[in-house]
Design a protein around this ligand. Structure first.
Ligand code: F6R
Length: 249
């Protein structure tokens, strides 16, 4: 794991955006794995800026999102479909047919989930996966568990995640209790991973991911086994890790 620590959220977003932009430049038909949530908003803003300055082109990019809530209409303001379009896709020239976001409203969700993994594999696999991390160290919506999930599947959100995500909804009861998420196995097959985290509430999860033992109760800890992970943190998220472990950038 390579770890960079940045002064603040904006710098963290800039460093991560430069990394994603470099991937797009080096391989214009990259398969990108994308995350939602508050953390990548700045990263997506910066990618849009780079696109507007003609520094990067999304014409041949294919994307696969990590997750989506179950039983929320696609057009709902809180769906990840809406989030991705508002924050990135509506502002760049990615082709709609190259966008893949798991659907939370399909009849046979198990076979749909299997097809989602197959589609990632048959597209050539994810070149660069963008990840955030939950306060409980989840990645995607893979919550602390007794085993690491291998494949894309339906997951139950923990009360902690429901509470953390309630900030986007009118009230906590409106937060869906289930989601469809890429599995940890799916995520680990990505050729490269960039994980971003900001804020003190992530500091414990970040420390457990980097320094804890590999344990499905800390889903992000499995990233210790991946050979190409860049972790980009702001100072608050890096608060619990030893300065010797990271580069200040
Ligand atoms: C969302 C996702 C989640 C978030 C995590 C952090 O697609 O994969 O793992 O990255 O819940 O969310 P924020 O960034 O809102 O703190």
């Amino acid at each position: 794991m390579k770890i960079y620590v940045c002064e603040n959220y904006d710098r963290m977003s800039e460093v991560a955006a430069n990394y994603v932009a470099a991937q797009i430049t080096l391989k214009p038909n990259s398969i990108l794995g994308l995350a939602t949530g508050s953390t990548p908003e700045g990263l997506y803003r910066q990618l849009v800026e780079k696109y507007n300055k003609k520094e990067i082109d999304f014409n041949d990019i294919i994307s696969f999102n990590l997750d989506e809530y179950l039983d929320l209409p696609k057009e709902d303001v809180n769906s990840y479909y809406t989030f991705m379009h508002e924050n990135l896709f509506n502002h760049v020239n990615i082709k709609e047919e190259n966008i893949n976001i798991p659907e939370g409203n399909v009849d046979d969700i198990e076979s749909y989930a299997m097809k989602y993994d197959n589609k990632i594999d048959s597209s050539g696999g994810i070149d660069l996966q963008v990840l955030g991390i939950g306060n409980n160290a989840h990645i995607g919506f893979n919550e602390p568990s007794d085993t690491f999930s291998r494949y894309t599947e339906v997951v139950n959100l923990t009360p902690e995640t429901i509470e953390a995500n309630a900030r986007f909804f009118d009230n906590e009861d409106d937060v869906p209790k289930k989601a469809i998420s890429m599995g940890i196995g799916t995520i680990m097959k990505s050729k490269k991973i960039v994980l971003i985290a900001s804020g003190e509430e992530k500091a414990q999860a970040v420390n457990d991911m980097i320094n804890g033992r590999i344990d499905p109760k800390v889903p992000a800890s499995i990233l210790q086994l991946h050979e190409d992970v860049l972790v980009v943190l702001d100072e608050a998220a890096a608060k619990k890790i030893d300065k010797k472990l990271y580069k200040k950038i």
